[in-house]
Design a protein. Structure first.
Length: 631
């Protein structure tokens, strides 16, 4: 606290026109405050003699004054000396008064600051947050946490909660939920804080850990020390998200279970991403070291792998036979990689005897184009399988991806094409799109589905009915349908258009249970469409949607009278709009035009990012560039 006795005040006349009062610290002479007071010329009263001819004449001509003038000047000098003495005395007295006032002012300021600090402390001691019971504070603290994994730093929860007061610190440290989902960037800098890391991880106590390790370490010794530190806590880790960006880190993870004693007792979910950096790319398939670290995980049920080469999938040892969900994303640099990837993926699936959900993505590295060559069908049959998600960006025929898949109990399928994919009726049809598949390959997958999602697909108008007649049990359909642009000068352009499918679904309805066999999608109660980016007549489009809602609602109401029909009376139409293409006024006019007040139906919508196929490719490129460091 600044004490008034340490201040020293100085008063000086720096110029003829101002007086300066300065408060300074004694010792280091630091200036605290400085005030300048201007002195106006109008305040100076000159002697009449100064303005007389004596001063002006002598000053102008330099002549010697007369005896009378000299006498008057002598008297003037005496008066000036007397006045100066009087003024000096007044200045000294005034300085003393000002100094005393400054000292008093400094003392008052110091007292004011002290009282303000005391008031702030008193208010903080009685603040409502200090009077809340610990159970309420625990709820508040948990609401402060970011979603998912979070990086520990002193500016965010939970660490910032430990710097408020001892009460908050004790409550935060003892709340195990606050410390269960940390994210660590494995770096040389992190190696300096091993004690702090151990303390943070121990705060989870018996709570299962959700741990994310994101590493770019290139030093083997540092990798080993950090991984050994985290390995001590792996037995209670329930979810592990591991990103490997260097060879040193990959080898370190492979060596963790060198003795075969590492057991992930509680691990249920594993996400493993391996970068596509140059030092991790295998020069030949056998160059990849086997990763057996996670082979002893008795509770492991979910695994998602993002790998830069199919050989990593071959050399990743996981208890596949106990998995319920398995996802795999493979980066391809050549057509040989693609053929190997499909074969390896299907061999891996054959080991997943309890699998219920499968996700797979075959995506080329940026600037690369791949196609399937000489792929041999491989049979994969699982009765327990329920949901399949396939994302592809492949040139040519992609039937080999689906050939041999036999999932009798499958209920859901998502097909996400990174570029326009044409679904043909058979091999005799000449394809228009660069990527294409046939109904023969998809037929066994379509039949029996209750949920189907098709994104960026093209089905010729004459094939729409044969394709969707393969899905009589469908209850949920989401489709982003494309078609070639009518402008043949630009044959590479595709537009999103579902008008023909919309008309077909509206027309082919049943008005009674007896006519159910003639209806398209007789059990459909939720249809998700994407509003066209190229349609200009919004009133006409809204009317088409309104007719669809009316027809399907009437059909569903009639079908409910049939006790054997599982369809409810309500029909749901969901529309997705592009936030970059469709304005709020367009969205409002379309939704207003769909009059469904007298229908047993709901119309909902959402605004999403641009869903064109070109935007999707940019999105995939950005995401994989971030994850895999393409070079």
């Amino acid at each position: 606290m600044l004490r008034w006795k340490t201040l020293k005040t100085e008063i000086s006349a720096e110029t003829n026109h101002e007086v300066v009062v300065t408060k300074k610290m004694q010792g280091d002479r630091t200036t605290i405050d400085s005030f300048k007071f201007p002195v106006g010329q109008a305040c100076l009263r000159e002697d009449p003699l100064v303005d007389s001819f004596i001063f002006s004449g002598c000053t102008r001509t330099g002549t010697v004054p007369t005896s009378i003038e000299i006498a008057r000047l002598d008297q003037f000098r005496e008066d000036c000396e007397t006045e100066i003495g009087r003024l000096d005395k007044q200045i000294t007295e005034t300085e003393s008064t000002v100094l005393q006032s400054c000292f008093e002012l400094a003392r008052l300021y110091a007292r004011l600051m002290t009282k303000k600090k005391q008031l702030h402390a008193a208010r903080s001691f009685c603040a409502p947050v200090r009077t809340l019971p610990p159970d309420v504070l625990n709820v508040v603290f948990e609401m402060c946490l970011p979603e998912g994994f979070y990086t520990l730093n002193k500016r965010n929860a939970p660490l910032i909660l430990c710097h408020v007061c001892k009460l908050w610190r004790d409550i935060a440290i003892n709340n195990t939920l606050l410390w269960k989902s940390p994210r660590f960037d494995l770096s040389a800098r992190l190696n300096k804080y091993s004690d702090a890391i151990r303390a943070v991880l121990e705060r989870a106590q018996k709570r299962s850990l959700y741990l994310q390790l994101w590493g770019h370490l290139s030093f083997s010794d540092t990798c080993r020390r950090l991984l050994v530190l985290f390995a001590d806590f792996f037995p209670k880790c329930k979810m592990l998200d591991l990103f490997i960006a260097t060879t040193a880190l990959y080898r370190g993870v492979c060596k963790l279970d060198a003795g075969g004693n590492l057991i992930f007792e509680n691990l249920q979910s594993l996400s493993l991403s391996i970068s596509n950096s140059k030092d991790l790319r295998p020069t030949f398939p056998g160059a990849v070291k086997a990763l057996c670290t996670f082979r002893k995980a008795p509770r492991l049920e979910q695994v998602y792998l993002k790998l830069p080469h199919p050989s990593f999938l071959q050399n990743t040892v996981i208890p596949y036979s106990q998995l319920l969900k398995f996802g795999c994303s493979l980066v391809l640099r050549s057509s040989v990689d693609l053929t190997t990837a499909i074969s390896t993926w299907k061999r891996t699936l054959s080991k997943c005897t309890k699998i219920e959900s499968i996700e797979v993505a075959f995506l080329p590295a940026p600037g690369k184009r791949v196609s399937i060559q000489d792929a041999h069908p491989q049979e994969v049959a699982h009765i327990s399988m329920r949901a399949l998600t396939v994302t592809v960006d492949i040139d040519g025929n992609i039937d080999a991806v689906f050939d041999g898949l036999n999932f009798e109990g499958q209920e859901e399928m998502t097909f996400d094409a990174a570029q326009p994919c044409e679904i043909r009726l058979d091999q005799t049809t000449v394809p228009i799109a660069d990527m294409h598949t046939t109904l023969h390959a998809l037929g066994h997958t379509f039949f029996g589905l209750s949920r189907l999602t098709l994104l960026r697909v093209f089905i010729a108008d004459r094939f729409l009915l044969p394709v969707f007649q393969m899905t009589p049990t469908l209850r949920y359909l989401e489709i982003l349908h494309l078609k070639p642009c009518d402008n043949f000068a630009n044959t590479g352009r595709w537009i999103d258009d579902d008008s023909q499918l919309l008309a077909l679904i509206t027309k082919m309805v049943a008005t009674s249970p007896a006519k159910l066999k003639d209806a398209l999608f007789p059990n459909l109660d939720h249809l998700h469409l994407y509003y066209s980016s190229y349609h200009k007549d919004h009133a006409e489009k809204a009317m088409a949607y309104a007719n669809l809602v009316q027809a399907r609602s009437t059909m569903n109401s009639a079908m409910k009278e049939d006790s054997d029909s599982p369809t409810g009376s309500h029909f749901i139409l969901e529309l997705s709009f592009s936030k970059y293409v469709h304005s709020k006024s367009v969205i409002s006019s379309v939704l207003t035009g769909i009059n469904h007040e007298n229908c047993h139906a709901d119309v909902c919508h959402k605004v999403v990012n641009d869903f064109s196929w070109t935007a999707f490719k940019l999105q995939v490129k950005d995401e994989y560039s971030r994850l895999f460091d393409y070079e």
